[in-house]
Design a protein around this ligand. Structure first.
Ligand SMILES: Nc1nc2c(ncn2[C@@H]2O[C@H](COP(=O)(O)OP(=O)(O)OP(=O)(O)O)[C@@H](O)[C@H]2O)c(=O)[nH]1
Ligand SMILES: [Zn+2]
Length: 195
């Protein structure tokens, strides 16, 4: 699929999706002809298409579009990348931060591309574990660095608003490849992100 910048993404809402949202709202007991709800099926459909636009975007293309030959071979860290995703079990948001590090192996990548890759994987129906591995493997396979590390910390609305109703529990997932499999490199990264 061709690489488009997120802001250029053209979202099409079909009447079919709109009508399905309308039926759901009516099933919930609401009146879809009242003023406030008239445009809600369309708005909801648009919002959901926005939140799942990652299915139409290629993270490999994003990384390849800004890879530069450089001899720098120390750790590069982009931390505190905010992320918003949807859990695939309840289609409720989970949100938090991603921290990414890599050690180049001849190529560096445009820094903004790392948050873009996070967004592409986050804007799909996800579990936090697969989101973490998706970002990790994409960077590892495309950039082929000496090592890559990804840590994600997130709050899950399905555990906050419903279900067990725990407001303060944070889920942390992580993945390490290459040099970061060595304990001292991993510890340096964790120290630099404040963990
Ligand atoms: N591993 C993992 N689990 C998740 C994630 N997001 C949501 N879940 C969990 O997915 C599970 C789905 O379990 P089910 O028992 O089928 O669903 P449920 O009856 O709604 O479960 P409760 O949330 O416990 O009420 C729940 O335990 C959620 O907390 C995630 O990113 N990773
Ligand atoms: Zn859930």
């Amino acid at each position: 699929m061709p690489y488009k910048k997120l802001e250029e993404y053209n979202i099409q809402v079909t009447d079919d999706v709109k009508n399905r949202y309308k039926s759901i709202i009516e099933e919930l007991g609401e009146d879809t002809t009242r003023d406030g709800l008239l445009k809600t099926p369309e708005r909801a459909a648009k919002a959901m298409l926005f939140l799942t636009q990652g299915y139409h975007q290629d993270p490999v293309e994003v990384l390849k579009s800004a890879m530069f030959k450089e001899s720098y071979n120390e750790m590069v860290i982009v931390k505190d990348i905010e992320l918003y995703s949807l859990c695939e079990h309840h289609m409720l948001p989970f949100f938090g931060k991603a921290h990414i590090a890599y050690i180049p192996n001849g190529n560096i990548v445009g820094l903004s591309k790392l948050p873009r890759v996070v967004d592409i994987f986050a804007r799909r129906l996800q579990v936090q574990e697969r989101l973490t591995e998706g970002v990790l493997d994409c960077i590892n396979d495309t950039l082929k660095p000496q090592g890559v590390a990804v840590v994600i910390e997130a709050y899950h609305m399905c555990m906050m608003m419903r279900g067990v109703q725990k407001q303060n529990s944070v889920t942390t997932t992580s993945g390490f490849r290459g040099q970061f499999e060595k304990i001292e490199t991993r510890n340096e990264f964790l120290k630099l992100i404040g963990k």
